[in-house]
Design a protein around this ligand. Structure first.
Ligand code: PLP
Length: 384
């Protein structure tokens, strides 16, 4: 009941439900292929992308969300739902030590939100945004939408922003905002946030951390301190639907600054805040809320540690075979290898390919509880 139905069970259920229709969906080839496609990723050894297994009570949480169609733009009508939302947001506020937070649809929205907020917050008229060459492309989109000028800063060999190059750029032209990535999309590298915060403070620039992928790592009590010390951190975006075992959409935007309320409507009791996300409801947080209530936050930390350990083990197994390997620390392992056999694994969803400093590497993403280093290692075409 708590886990998503297996494809065969979903098939049986739909067949029973659709029995009274003349065209039974379970005989429809596209529908069957869809079920098979979903099931083909329920394995220990498929690690191509950021698609986590779900925490145990997610399905029940989704069920609750479907039953509760409340729209939290009119929160006064749904006090219980609002309370569940606040309880869940409070966890994130504590972990990231930031006072303002809201749920959103994803990391792209959060990056747009951060740059929008930074532009409205600043009276400097600056338009420059600095981000590393390994930033997510949603930063480029956000800059285009907002009319800001994105300048890319080179990365070091491990895909992290070159902090000296960032400082030099700031000295030449102070930016509106600096973007740090905690968990780059390709290599899972974590930019040096603490030195960047000193630079942002010196040049009075907004510091946004795109932790869409790496946020789960930053939330761990053993890593939190390094983030808490950041007095100049202005905003963070984090996607529990990537690395905290949540169904999509579940994303959170946090900020040191209160949102503005510059917009008016003639049909809502309360003025909406300036946020990218429009109407929204339980789907963004009830699965997480329910899992938190039943399992507690420690469960999430343990699962995160477990998947990071699997990633570490996978990189050790590769290194033992003298394969050049990068472990960015947030659950993505990149490695160099030759041969069409590896490309076949990419085509079938075991691995993906990515670019680090213009070089193509293979990439394994440890997003799920299920993904196991040894199982993935066994499918690699390596000589005995
Ligand atoms: C670092 C980073 N930021 C932002 C995003 C965009 O997130 P979303 O797909 O939830 O919009 C991604 C997606 O992979 C990402 O890796």
């Amino acid at each position: 009941m708590n886990q998503p139905l297996a494809a065969s069970q979903a098939d049986a259920l739909l067949t029973a439900l659709c029995d009274h229709h003349t065209d039974n969906i379970s005989t429809e080839p596209h529908y069957l292929a869809l079920l098979r496609e979903a099931e083909s990723y329920s394995r220990h050894d498929k690690a191509a992308h950021m698609t986590p297994d779900l925490a145990p009570y997610s399905l029940l949480g989704m069920q609750l969300a479907v039953l509760h169609q409340g729209n939290l733009l009119s929160a006064e009508l749904y006090p219980r739902l609002k309370q569940a939302e606040s309880d869940t947001l409070n966890w994130f506020k504590t972990c990231f030590d930031l006072p303002h937070a809201h749920f959103s649809h994803g990391g792209s929205d959060n990056n747009l939100q951060a740059l929008w907020q930074s532009r409205d917050y600043s009276s400097s008229g600056r338009k420059i945004v600095y981000a590393s060459e390994a930033r997510h492309y949603s930063i480029d989109k956000a800059c285009r939408i907002l009319g800001l000028d994105l300048v890319l800063i080179r990365c070091d060999v491990d895909d992290r922003i070159d902090i000296t190059a960032l400082e030099t750029a700031c000295r030449k032209r102070a930016p509106l905002a600096i973007i740090m990535t905690a968990g780059t999309s390709a290599a899972g590298a974590v930019d040096p946030i603490q030195p960047a915060s000193d630079i942002a403070s010196k040049y009075q620039s907004w510091l946004h951390v795109d932790a869409a992928w790496g946020g789960a790592l930053l939330m761990l009590p053993e890593h939190r301190d390094s983030l808490m010390r950041l007095t100049q951190l202005d905003s963070v975006g984090f996607d529990p639907h990537k690395s905290l075992f949540q169904p999509r959409p579940c994303s959170v935007y946090l900020s040191r600054h209160a949102p503005r309320h510059s917009l008016q409507t003639d049909y809502l009791n309360n003025t909406p805040s300036d946020r990218v996300t429009g109407s929204y409801g339980a789907e963004m947080f009830l699965p997480l809320w329910l899992n938190l209530k039943i399992l507690g936050e420690e469960w999430f930390y343990q699962q995160t540690r477990a998947r990071l350990e699997q990633a570490q083990l996978f990189s050790e197994l590769l290194r033992k075979r003298n394969i050049k390997t990068w472990n960015g620390g947030s659950g993505i392992i990149c490695f160099e290898a030759d041969g069409e056999a590896f490309d076949t694994l990419v085509a079938s969803g075991f691995l993906s390919k990515a670019k680090m400093n213009q070089n193509t590497v293979y990439r394994a993403v440890f997003a799920g509880i299920r993904t196991q280093a040894e199982a993935l290692f066994r499918v690699l075409p390596l000589s005995p």
